[in-house]
Design a protein around this ligand. Structure first.
Ligand SMILES: Cc1cc2nc3c(=O)[nH]c(=O)nc-3n(C[C@H](O)[C@H](O)[C@H](O)COP(=O)(O)OP(=O)(O)OC[C@H]3O[C@@H](n4cnc5c(N)ncnc54)[C@H](O)[C@@H]3O)c2cc1C
Length: 770
C-alpha cells in the first residue's frame, strides 16, 4: 500500500468495511448479466444531468438503398403472399411456398454478414422488416424474427470459432439449417440459470471414432421454431466428473449446437401459444452425444454460456419485440382512428364522442412514443452499443404499451374486433400480446428486477466501481479504488442534491435545454426529474443497500421513472429528427404530460413507502415541494391527438408509416376504402345534415344533391357497410376444425422426464452431488 493517506485510511477505510456489509453482493449470474453489453444514454439519465447535446447528436437510424429495396421488394411481396386467417385456422402453419420464399430471400439471415452469404442488415433495417411484416402476419413476423434474434446465428457471430462460423453461418444464411434456441425448461423459466438440463464430459463414438465429447440430457419447452428446427442452440449445465477437461467438477452453463437428427433428440410436438401457429414446442434429449467442438466457441467457451446469452440479449431485446410492438401500436392506432371515423352510432361517427377520443388520443401518442423509442434504440445499436438496461426498458415498455393500445383498439371496435374471421384485422394482435409480455424476460421480473436493479449498478457512474473494489481480493488495491470511487460518488450525490432541489423549487427553469419554443420546457422538466431520480437512487442505495434488491415494489417504481426518462428522450429526439413538425406537437406534448404525471406519482409512492422515514421526508421536501403538480394531458390536448387519427394528414401518415394496408376485399382494405370515401363524402353529408335530410334518394329527388353526388354518397355508405361487416360461418364450416383440434394422445409422456431426472441424479451421484 502507498504512504499513509488521511482521507483513505481514516475516513474511507471504516466506510469500506461498513459498505462490505450493506452493499448488495452479486451472484455469478448477476455479475455476468451486469457485465454483458454496455451503458449508453441510460448512464446520462443516471448522472442526474443528461447532456442533451449528446442525445441530439446521435445520428438518426436510416436505411441504405439496398435495405430500402428489400423492404419495397421481398418484404412487400411476402406480405402479399400471406393470409393470416388461412395460416392460423386452415393450415396451422405458413404455407410451403412462404417457407421457401423466406429461405430463398434470406429473411432468416438479416444479421448474418454478407461474407457468409447473409444480408448483413443494420439493426434498424432488421427492425423495419419485422415491423412491416407484423402488420400483415404475426406468424410470419415471429418466424422471421427468431433466427435473427437470440440464437445460434447471433451466438456464432460473436463467440463461434472460425471453423464453426465457416460451416454454420452459410448454411443458416441459405436456410439449409433452421435454428432454434433452447434455454427455457419446465423448472427454469425466469430463473433460467437454475436449469437441470445437463451435459457430462465423456468419451464417445462420433462418426466411427472415439472422441472427447458431451453426453446431453434435456427437457426444454416453449421453444420457438423447435418443431421444425434442424439445429438447436442448447443451453445446459456442464459437468466434468472424470476431470477430462480440468479440475472443476461443475463447469457451468454452456451452449452447444445440437443437430436435431442425432439419436436421442426428440422434436416435432407443438404448443399453441395463445392460439398462434408460429412453430413453437418442447424438446427432449436423452443421452445425446456431441463432440466437444459443437460447443459454441469450442472448449475455450465451456462454462461461459450465461455471459454469452446475456451479451446477445443485451442488443437483441431492443429490436424484435419493440419492432413488433411499434407495428402493433401504429396499426391499432391507424385502424381504430379509421373505424371511429366511419362507424356511426346515434347518427354520429363514434370518433366524435369524447370517451372514444380519450382512447384515440392515448393511442396516437403511444404510437408516436413507441416508434420514437424503437428508432432511438436501433440508432444506438447501429452505432455499436449493446445497451442492456435500455433494451430491457424497451422490451418491457413497448410490450406493455402495446397491451394498453390493443385493449383500447378492441374497446373502440367492440363487436367488430371480437368476432373472429378473415375480416377481423385486430384479433391476432390482441391474442399475441401476452406472448410479448412473457418472452425475453417476463415483464414483471424485467420491470421489478432488471431495469432498475441492473441499471442502478451498471448505469450509475460510481456504484459498480465501488462494488468491484469491495470484492477485490487484494484489499489494499480495493481500498484505494473504493476511496477514489466513494469520494467521486459523494461529490456526485451532493451535486445532485443541490441540482434536484434547485430545479424542483424553480420548476426547472434553470435546467439546460437545447431547444427553443414549446419543447424547451420539456427538456427542462426532464432535467429536473433526472436529477431528482439520481438523488433518490443514491438515498435508496445508501439507506437500503443490498435490501433494495428485495424491495421489488420500490425497485419497479424506480424502473418506471428511468423508463419514462428514456422514452421521453426518444420522443424529443424524434421530434427533432423529423424536422420539428408543428402539427406533431400535440403528440409530443401528450407524451410529456402523461409521463410527467407518471413520474411524479412514482416519486410520491417511493417516498410514501421509503423505509427510512426521515430520509423520505427530506427527499419529498427537496423533490416534490408542492406535492403532485402534474395531472396528465388536458382533455383539449387529448382531443387534438384524437383528431390526428380521425382525419387524413401528414402527421397521421408519419405516425402510421409503412403499415401494410391490405389487398383485395380483405377487412383492412375495406376499412381503408371506407375511410377514404367517408372523408371525401364529408362535405356532401354536411350539406344533407344542414338540410335535415338523411335519406340519399329523397335528397336527390328534392334536388339537394346531383346524381353524381348521390352515387358518391351511396358508394361511401356501401363501403362503410362492408367495412363494418363481420364474418359468420355455417355450422359445418366450424365443426370439423373443432374435431381436428381434439387432443391427440401424447406420444411423449412428460412424466417420463423422471427418467431424465434419474439420469442426471446418476450424474450427481458420480461426482458427489451438487
Ligand atoms: C410463445 C413463447 C415463445 C418462447 N420462445 C422461447 C424460445 O425460443 N427459447 C426459449 O428458451 N424460451 C422461450 N420461451 C420461454 C420464455 O422466455 C419464458 O416463458 C419466460 O422466460 C418466463 O418463464 P415462465 O413462463 O416459466 O414464467 P415463470 O418464470 O414461471 O414466471 C411467472 C411469473 O413470475 C414472475 N417472476 C419470476 N421471478 C420473479 C422475480 N424474481 N421477481 C418478480 N417476479 C418474478 C415472472 O415475471 C412471471 O410473471 C418462450 C415462451 C413463450 C410463451
Amino acid at each position: 500500500m502507498s504512504a499513509f493517506s488521511f482521507r483513505r485510511d481514516l475516513i474511507s477505510k471504516p466506510i469500506f468495511r461498513w459498505a462490505q456489509q450493506v452493499l448488495p453482493t452479486l451472484s455469478d449470474t448477476e455479475r455476468e448479466a451486469i457485465e454483458a453489453g454496455d451503458v449508453w444514454w441510460d448512464a446520462d439519465l443516471f448522472s442526474g444531468n443528461p447532456d442533451w447535446g449528446k442525445l441530439l447528436a446521435v445520428p438518426p437510424a436510416t436505411l441504405s438503398p439496398e435495405e430500402q429495396a428489400f423492404l419495397d421488394g421481398p418484404v412487400d411481396a411476402l406480405c402479399r403472399m400471406l393470409d393470416e386467417w388461412r395460416i392460423t385456422w386452415d393450415l396451422r402453419d405458413l404455407p410451403g411456398e412462404v417457407w421457401d420464399f423466406l429461405k430463398r430471400n434470406k429473411f432468416f439471415a438479416m444479421i448474418i454478414p454478407k461474407t457468409y452469404g447473409g444480408l448483413g442488415f443494420s439493426a434498424y433495417a432488421h427492425s423495419e422488416v419485422i415491423r412491416k411484416l407484423s402488420t400483415r402476419s404475426l406468424t410470419a413476423a415471429v418466424t422471421a424474427m427468431v433466427p435473427n434474434s437470440l440464437g445460434p446465428g447471433e451466438l456464432l457471430l460473436h463467440f463461434g470459432t472460425k471453423a464453426q462460423q465457416d460451416y454454420w453461418l452459410p448454411r443458416l444464411a441459405e436456410g439449409r439449417e433452421i435454428p432454434c434456441f433452447g434455454l427455457t425448461s419446465p423448472e427454469a423459466g425466469s430463473d433460467a440459470a437454475s436449469m437441470t438440463d445437463s451435459g457430462v464430459v465423456c468419451r464417445g463414438i462420433w462418426q466411427g471414432r472415439e472422441v472427447l465429447g458431451i453426453r446431453l440430457n434435456w427437457h426444454k419447452r416453449y421453444i420457438t421454431l423447435c418443431p421444425i428446427a434442424t439445429v438447436i442452440g442448447l443451453a445446459f449445465k456442464l459437468y466434468d466428473p472424470d476431470h477430462l477437461l480440468g479440475e472443476r467438477n461443475e463447469i457451468g452453463i454452456t451452449l452447444a449446437l445440437v443437430p436435431t437428427s442425432l439419436p436421442g433428440v426428440d422434436v416435432g410436438r407443438r404448443h399453441l401459444p395463445a392460439l398462434m401457429v408460429f412453430q413453437n414446442g418442447p424438446t427432449t434429449g436423452r443421452d445425446v452425444f456431441i463432440p466437444l467442438d459443437r460447443v459454441i466457441g469450442g472448449v475455450a467457451q465451456v462454462g461461459k454460456g450465461w455471459k454469452m446469452l446475456m451479451s446477445a440479449l443485451a442488443a437483441g431485446r431492443g429490436i424484435s419485440l419493440p419492432s413488433l410492438s411499434a407495428a402493433g401500436t401504429a396499426f391499432a392506432a391507424h385502424t381504430t382512428g379509421a373505424y371511429a371515423r366511419i362507424r356511426e352510432q346515434f347518427h354520429v361517427p363514434i370518433g366524435r364522442f369524447e370517451a372514444i377520443q380519450e382512447r384515440l388520443g392515448r393511442m396516437a401518442a403511444t404510437a408516436y412514443l413507441v416508434d420514437a423509442a424503437r428508432r432511438l434504440t436501433c440508432a444506438g445499436i447501429d452505432h455499436g452499443h449493446k445497451p442492456a438496461v435500455v433494451t430491457a426498458i424497451m422490451k418491457e415498455q413497448a410490450t406493455e404499451r402495446l397491451r394498453m393500445v390493443a385493449n383500447d383498439a378492441m374497446d373502440v371496435h367492440a363487436g367488430k374486433a371480437v368476432q373472429e374471421g378473415p375480416l377481423n384485422y385486430l384479433g391476432g394482435f390482441y391474442r399475441s400480446v401476452p406472448i410479448g409480455i412473457t418472452v425475453e424476460g417476463a415483464n414483471i421480473v424485467t420491470r421489478s428486477l432488471i431495469q432498475f436493479g441492473q441499471g442502478a449498478i451498471r448505469s450509475h457512474p460510481y456504484l459498480l466501481k465501488e462494488m468491484t473494489a469491495l470484492e477485490d481480493p487484494d484489499r489494499a488495491r480495493g481500498l484505494a479504488e473504493f476511496d477514489r470511487a466513494f469520494w467521486g460518488h459523494l461529490g456526485h450525490s451532493v451535486a445532485n442534491a443541490f441540482r434536484a432541489w434547485g430545479r424542483a423549487w424553480t420548476g426547472g427553469v434553470f435546467a439546460p435545454a437545447p431547444a427553443t419554443g414549446r419543447t424547451r420546457s420539456f427538456y427542462k422538466q426532464l432535467g429536473r426529474y433526472a436529477s431528482a431520480f439520481a438523488l433518490a437512487v443514491d438515498m435508496a442505495l445508501l439507506t437500503l443497500g443490498g435490501a433494495l434488491k428485495r424491495q421489488e415494489m420500490l425497485s419497479a417504481r424506480f424502473g418506471d421513472i428511468l423508463s419514462e426518462l428514456y422514452l421521453l428522450s426518444a420522443v424529443l429526439k424524434r421530434w427533432d429528427e423529423e424536422g420539428r413538425q408543428r402539427a406533431d406537437l400535440p403528440l409530443v406534448a401528450w407524451c410529456m404530460e402523461d409521463a410527467f404525471a407518471t413520474i411524479e406519482t412514482r416519486f410520491d409512492a417511493i417516498f410514501a413507502n421509503f423505509p427510512n422515514r426521515p430520509v423520505a421526508w427530506v427527499l419529498r421536501f427537496l423533490v416534490l415541494p408542492l406535492g403532485l403538480n402534474q395531472r396528465g394531458p388536458s382533455d383539449r390536448l387529448t382531443r387534438a391527438c384524437a383528431e390526428i387519427l380521425l382525419n387524413p394528414s401528414a402527421t397521421r401518415e408519419r405516425l402510421t408509416v409503412d403499415i401494410f394496408h391490405g389487398i383485395g376485399d380483405e377487412g383492412l382494405a375495406r376499412l381503408e376504402r371506407a375511410f377514404a370515401l367517408t372523408v371525401a363524402a364529408q362535405p356532401l353529408r354536411e350539406r344533407l345534415h344542414k338540410a335535415h335530410a338523411r335519406d340519399i334518394d329523397k335528397a336527390r329527388q328534392e334536388g339537394l344533391i346531383t346524381e353524381a353526388e348521390a352515387q358518391q354518397l351511396r358508394a361511401a355508405a356501401d363501403a362503410v357497410a362492408a367495412a363494418v361487416a363481420v364474418d359468420d360461418f355455417a355450422p359445418e364450416a366450424i365443426a370439423p376444425r373443432q374435431a381436428a383440434a381434439e387432443p391427440v394422445p401424447l406420444t411423449w409422456n412428460p412424466f417420463k422426464r423422471n427418467a431424465r431426472a434419474a439420469a442426471s441424479a446418476g450424474v450427481r451421484e458420480r461426482w458427489g452431488g451438487r
